[in-house]
Design a protein around this ligand. Sequence first.
Ligand code: HEC
Ligand code: HEC
Ligand code: HEC
Ligand code: HEC
Length: 460
Amino acid sequence: MILGLLLASTTVQPVTLVYAGDRLGKVEPCGCPKNPMGHIARQVAYLNEKRAKNPNIITFDLGNYFFESLVIEKVLREQHARRAAILSRSLHKLKFDFMVPGPTDFAAGFAGYKRLIKDTKIPVLAADLKTPSGEPAFASHKIFTRNEKRILVIGIAGFVPADTRLTREAPLDTIRRVRAEVGPVDITIVASHLDRTAGLGIGENEPNLAAVLIADKHLHLIPKQAGGAVVVGSSKEGKHVAELQLNHRGPGAYAGGMTMRRLEFKLRKASGVEAEAIQTELNQLKAGNTFSYRIDALGEERSEEKEVANWVKAYVHFVGKLELERGEAPPGYNGEGDFAGVDACATCHPTIVDTWRATRHAIAYQSLYARGQHLDRECIGCHTAGWRHSGGFSDPRAVGILKNVQCESCHGPGKEHAKTGDKRLIDRGQANAEFCQSCHQKELETGFKEETYIPLIRHW
Ligand code: HEC
Ligand code: HEC
Ligand code: HEC
Ligand code: HEC
């Protein structure tokens, strides 16, 4: 007991891991949320500041860094490739200690992935991937020395890159093989693009792991514990950076997170013998290995690394130019399809049109224009009417009278209805979250709430 208390009071220098995953090809946030989080230039500035304070941090990425999806629509390929190129150049400044690949990183093929990482000197760790002849496809692990401790990081992809003849070994077999090859170390970490179930399975089945880091296009912001290991991921689209600190005192499980917080909470409520028991338990946990986890949001208040920010500005310009140069511009939409445009509705619904004009829906296109992104195919769908509808428009230059979130964005094409006023020919729509969230997607994190948003646009 006395020994336990003594140990508890000795502080150890933590090993600090700073990482993200599932950037999904995003270079900047779309501008839709109130506090748009992300931006590759913020991540660069953030890591620079972190390293200035503590040069000992270990930084990395868990994959799906370069692309949003494995298959990219042809018309978007050039702009996605341009973003991947910016992300590739940014790696020189992010200076990760290593990277783990994710499935979408191979959208431009295996050779394409190799090109994107070629000059960066950042090792790719994927111990489970092998060539058809059984050779390792990538490096398998890295050993760091921090605060006099040897730290083994084993990279696990957990998938076979598309269109390759690579094969993969089961994660547990891989981990055991690498550990046997490397021999004893103080701390072992698995950095993977595995999902939570697989991550928890590894923690439960392999002893003496400190952490299993996961990424599977979902948020994993709450550390779980499996066996003695912490199983946790990070956010996505570059919105946050995760920081996991490991306080290593010897072999054994890592305590922290909810387990610790729950006990501390109970202690505050408890008294007498019960309080003593909780205190003892807490002391014991604190005398062993512990961890702490946090995420930092990359919101607008963060600084941006200037050069990378300029690359992103140039990208926005590039997309506009790309569209302008796509052959001869088609004429602007002027009512020749199934959509009538808001002015046609005004004849019979003048009051509703006035109400609408006072909403932000009526300036949605202006918002894109102000950012020079009104030609970006990845933006205009939610900021106009009739985009890619057979009776609407499908070239960003041809938006014509369908700018902004108009009546027909919600009620569907209304030309036939506008001719006669026959209400069977128009969609009434539904005033509920599910309907609105076709655009106000949860992913955008805009603070959309039925109770507050519907009254702001109600015209019925
Ligand atoms: C010629 C006049 C006229 C024009 C133009 C017109 N409407 Fe209507 N609209 C009507 C009438 C009449 C009704 C039925 C009102 C009632 O039954 O209370 C109606 C009803 C609607 C309804 C409700 C349908 C329902 O099922 O309850 C919607 C939505 C609507 N209009 C949208 C539009 C839109 C969008 C436009 C422009 C594209 C438009 N209207 C243009 C006359 C018109
Ligand atoms: C076609 C896509 C689309 C649909 C469908 C849509 N919205 Fe919007 N909404 C937008 C866009 C884009 C903006 C932002 C316009 C701007 O500020 O540039 C917006 C803005 C708003 C705002 C203004 C928020 C603010 O901060 O002032 C409200 C309120 C709103 N929408 C409510 C709704 C409701 C309620 C529904 C469902 C009945 C809905 N929207 C459906 C695209 C849509
Ligand atoms: C999935 C639909 C969707 C897409 C795609 C989309 N937006 Fe939006 N955007 C919205 C919605 C919804 C809002 C309103 C958010 C709110 O206020 O609640 C919005 C708001 C905005 C605003 C106004 C923010 C403000 O409060 O002033 C800007 C600027 C904007 N979007 C830019 C973009 C850009 C640039 C892109 C492409 C990179 C894009 N949007 C793509 C749905 C979308
Ligand atoms: C953001 C989506 C959205 C936009 C934009 C929008 N509406 Fe609506 N509209 C709705 C919804 C939702 C309802 C009602 C659904 C219900 O019955 O609860 C509605 C109802 C109506 C009705 C029926 C009113 C009544 O009292 O029965 C008419 C008419 C109408 N809209 C016309 C228009 C016109 C004209 C415009 C453009 C100026 C427009 N709407 C723009 C979503 C929208």
